[in-house]
Structure formats: C-alpha cells, structure tokens
Design a protein around this ligand. Structure first.
Ligand code: BES
Ligand code: MN
Ligand code: ZN
Length: 501
C-alpha cells in the first residue's frame, strides 16, 4: 500500500481527485464554510451523522466535491483508538465499491498518534493475502492520500507509521503462508533477504552448528522432521558500537503437530501460525531497516517443525540444553519452550540491554486473555512498564501476568533438572517459569502471543502482532516516538540506553 501525506485543508480537499474521499470529523461543531464542512455540519445537526466514533454517512457525487464518493466518518474524541475504529469502518465501506485511490482527510489537525493509527488501520483493513492463490486478486485499495492541515509537522509520524506497516505486512505474509511454503529454510531465506536493507546483517546456522553449540533441546524438537532446522541470527546496528543491544527471540515452529503427544485434528491447520513470533521478529527488522533508528537490535529465531516419525522425541526423553540443564520432555507438544530455552542461552553472548521473547506458546494464554491482549511476563518492573506503555501507544496491547515462584513447583521431576510441563492449571505462567530458568544476567520479558498473533474463523489470518508493540518499544528507547511531534528526534551524542528501560 502506498501512502502519501499532503497538506490539505477541508476546502482544498473538495477539489482533491480520488475515487473516494473519507472526511474524518471529530466530535463538536464543524464551523468552516467549505463544501465538506457544510455537509458534515448539516448532517450532524439533522442527526444523520452522530459523533460517535465509527459512525459513517456515505454520499454520492455531492455538490462542490471532486471525488464521486464521499464518506463522512466520525472519529469521536480524535484519540488513536477512536480514529482506528472510524478508519476500519470507512475503509470497509470504500472497499465495497472498489475504491483504488482514496483520499482520507482530517477535518482538524490530528495528533501524531492519531495519524499513525489511521494509517495502520487503513493498511490492516485493506490487506489481502495472495501468495498461494492461482488467480491472485490483489488489494483493490492501493493509494491513500492523507490530508492534514500541516503535513510537515507530521512527517516523522508518517515515516514511522509507513515503516511499521511494512514490518506488519511482512509478519502477516510469513504468518499466513502454509507450512509447505514456510519451512525453516524458507524462513531463513526471508531473513537473509532483510540483510539487503541498510545496517542489517544475517547469519543462519544449520543442524551441525546447532549441535556444536550444544543446543540439545532445540535439536531434539527438530529430530522428528525431515526439514532441517535453522537458527537465524539477525543484527541491526543503528546505535554506537559499544551500545548493548535489545535481543528479540521469536518462536519459529513452522508447523506444530504436537509430535508424539499429537494434537487433535480439528483446527490443526492453524499450527502453521506457530512461527508468528519469528515472523514478528522479521517484521521488526524490516521496519528498522526502513526507519533506521539509532539503536542496536539482535533477532534470534530458532526454527523447525514439530513432527512425528521414527526418530521423533518421545514423552519421557531427557534432553540436555545449551545451558547444561537437563529437561524431561513429559509432553512433546510443549515444544516452544524447548527451542526458546536454547535461544535464551545463546542471547547471553550479546550482553543484552534486554531480551524479549515472542512466542505462540500456550493455549492457556488464549483462555486467559483471548485475542485482545498478548500475555506479558517479566520479573523486571522497568522493562514490563516500558512494554505495557508501548502496547498502549501502538494499540497493540499486552497484559502483565504473574511469575511467583510457587508456579514453578509443578516443573519438578525426579528424572532431570526440570520437566517441560506442569499441570493444566496456570499453563501460561508455568511455561513462562520454565523459560525464566534459562535467563541468566539480563533483563527479560516474554510475550505469549498465542491469542493475538492470528484470528480464527471467517477472518482467519495473521494479525502481524506484536510488531507494532515492539517497534513502539524500540523507538521509545531512543526518544523517537509516535507520541512526539515530529517523531524523528535528533540522536543525542553519547547517549547510553538504560538497561531494562
Ligand atoms: N503452539 C502451541 C500453543 C498454542 C495452542 C497456540 C493453541 C495457539 C493455540 C504450543 O506448542 C502447545 O502446544 N502448547 C501446549 C502446552 C501444553 C502441552 C503444556 C498447549 O498449550 O496445549
Ligand atoms: Mn505444541
Ligand atoms: Zn507450538
């Protein structure tokens, strides 16, 4: 999708050429004398255009306006969440009539966050997946001109939103691909392609290197598949050489059958989405490559299939992780933590400022939080707060969950240092407690995106979450933020990132 930011008053907007024009109107009086404002004010007065966010009024060839179709859209108080609901409604209306070129005009100057949410909502509502269709019908809506009273003041927010959308769309693409179009090798190739962007390097390890590193837990999950595992290491170097990086670790199970602890057949296809954590890391790197913030970021993706065959891991098997801890695999379907624990151990070598793992880890998290908020687990209050704030800012929200030591009780076993599952109760937390055992000397947070990474049912598909949250967190560390206008703050010389912040 191609966005353009343009200075347009509501009177200039009347002569803007487009297939359709969306006029975003906040609550309160519409006072101006131009055609759009007069219609909006009259419709408000008549009760045909209520000021509740998301309310629409569609017009056809209104007098004095160049665009043949006009949609008046209420944005309520103008806050990002209300703008988002208005834009989703308006784009769906515009899509219905085959709009290719859309002008979206703010009646009043939006804040940076409102412009950001409008762009993300427009991209989300018009996204279409095409890769495995024989006659792809590409997205109809291609060009969106955003009209604001003063384009220059929003240039930073515009750039950040654009880059974030590219990242989200990359994450959606890889999330949505079926497992036969998204093997660990293909995922690694996608990561290598990102190294074409400025400041990005990519290294890919295979089974031999992973064995040599002693990643016995990761290798054990992969051993039941004929697809070779891949361990992807991405590095984005935008900050000073000696500045500690943020490490992002993404779960990259390209298909999760459950292994010998086989999953039920119903909806098993959705386990192609079990690499959405990995996809979100790829997405973040694309955004970084486009936005070029002054920060260092490492991305680690352990990727394999969780399959069944004569060589597959069996319940009761004990594996040795890279940390040296032995793990009794009581359930082969709790494989995410088995690949992540070795990546967390590997992360230590970067002397990270913070490590955040992102994983479609537990069905229990879906039960706890549904699809609205991702689960956030962290023993570090500063890091947790920063991620919560980033979630609110980007409207890609999370909810902090507990990590009390008592939750680790059930992971005890007679046969190894730790078991890979505890009882059914508190399953999202016990999974996080397992991961925490492999955190050694850095601030750490875990995002369980099992509920938020994709939608089931009629709207089945990857959401691209939590790319928005992660980008917002990363840029906030260097003082670039969608809340600030303009969003691109100058880089302060010698500024060191505060660990965990
Ligand atoms: N990938 C799944 C988690 C999952 C399940 C995400 C359903 C979204 C929807 C993970 O590998 C898994 O199977 N977890 C098990 C853990 C259990 C065996 C302790 C689960 O949640 O059932
Ligand atoms: Mn599983
Ligand atoms: Zn899984």
């Amino acid at each position: 999708m191609d966005f353009q930011l343009k200075t347009l008053t509501s009177s200039l907007a009347a002569s803007e050429k487009a297939d359709a024009l969306v006029f975003l109107v906040p609550e309160g009086a519409v006072a101006d004398n131009d055609a759009l404002s007069v219609i909006a004010a009259a419709a408000r007065l008549a009760g045909d255009f209520p000021d509740k966010a998301g309310k629409l009024l569609s017009l056809y060839h209104p007098v004095g306006i160049a665009a043949p179709r006009v949609v008046l859209a209420s944005i309520g108080n103008g806050q990002p969440a209300q703008v988002r609901s208005a834009v989703i409604a308006a784009i769906n209306a515009a899509k219905g009539v085959g709009t290719k070129r859309l002008a979206m005009v703010f009646a009043k100057a939006p804040e940076a966050g409102a412009l950001h949410s409008a762009m993300l909502a427009a991209a989300d509502a018009s996204y279409v997946y095409t890769t495995t269709k024989s006659k792809p019908e590409p997205r109809t809506l291609r060009h969106v001109t955003l009209g604001v009273p003063d384009a220059a003041s929003l240039a930073g927010a515009f750039a950040e939103a654009n880059a974030t959308i590219s990242g989200i769309e990359l994450a959606k693409e890889w999330g949505n691909r079926p497992a036969n179009y998204c093997t660990p090798t293909m995922l690694a190739d996608a990561a290598k392609e990102l190294a074409d962007l400025p400041r990005i390097k990519c290294e890919v390890l295979g089974p031999k290197e992973v064995a040599k590193l002693g990643m016995g837990s990761f290798a054990a999950v992969a051993q039941g598949s004929s697809e070779p595992l891949r361990f992807i290491v991405l590095q984005y170097s935008g900050g000073a050489k000696d500045e500690a990086p943020v490490v992002l670790v993404g779960k990259g199970i390209t298909f999760d059958t459950g292994g010998v602890s086989l999953k039920p057949a119903a909806e098993m296809d959705e386990m192609k989405f079990d690499m959405c954590g990995a996809a979100s890391v790829l997405g973040v790197f694309r955004t970084l490559g486009e936005l070029k913030p002054a920060i260092n970021v490492v991305g680690l993706i352990p990727s394999c299939e969780n399959m069944n065959d004569g060589k597959a891991l069996k319940p009761g098997d004990v594996v040795t992780s890279m940390s040296g801890q032995t793990i009794e695999v009581l359930n082969t379907d709790a494989e995410g933590r088995l690949i992540l624990c070795d990546a967390l151990t590997y992360a230590k070598r970067f002397k990270p400022a913070a490590v955040i793992d992102i994983a479609t880890l537990t069905g229990a998290c879906v039960v706890a939080l549904g699809g609205v908020r991702s689960g956030l687990f962290s023993p570090d209050d500063v890091l947790a707060k920063a991620l919560e704030t980033a979630g609110e800012q980007s409207l890609d929200r999370c909810w902090r969950m507990p990590l009390d030591e008592e939750y680790a009780e059930g992971l005890k076993t007679h046969f190894a240092d730790v078991a890979n599952i505890a009882g059914r109760a508190g399953g999202a937390v016990t999974a996080a407690k397992f991961l925490q055992r492999f955190v050694d000397g850095f601030p750490w947070a875990h995002l369980d995106i099992a509920g938020s990474a994709w939608k089931s049912g009629a709207a089945k598909g990857s959401t691209g979450r939590p790319v928005g949250l992660l980008v917002s967190y990363l840029v906030s560390r260097v003082g670039m933020s969608i809340a600030a206008t303009p969003a691109v703050a100058p880089r302060k010389a010698g500024r060191k990132a505060r660990p965990g912040a």
